[in-house]
Ligand binder design. Sequence first.
Ligand SMILES: [Zn+2]
Length: 117
Amino acid sequence: MKKKFRNLSCYEVQHSIKQYLLDEMTIEEAEGFVKHIRFCDVCRKELEEYYAFSSALMQLDSMEEAEKGNFFMNIEKRLERTEASVARQKADHRNRRFAYVFLALLFAAVMGVSIGV
Ligand SMILES: [Zn+2]
């Protein structure tokens, strides 16, 4: 199967961190982003710092005391959540392809029967 995402450069990844955190990416973009983050320590660090920084800003008005120590854990959860939805979406595609094959076979069977009758 052809891959929908291309390999992103560090520059591209670091400039789309905000987009990722705001959930403004398509699933394909998010997949490329997370894959890069998984193998690139430089961008991973950028992401963690950006996340910690923006969380700290939000914290000033809305965050609970208990959440304050959890920035890095949260970003890990977030990366895992993206990977889970990418995996889910791929499973959907597979299931849909099976459904089409099944429908085509069913259609062929029905046609065969009506021609036979
Ligand atoms: Zn990088």
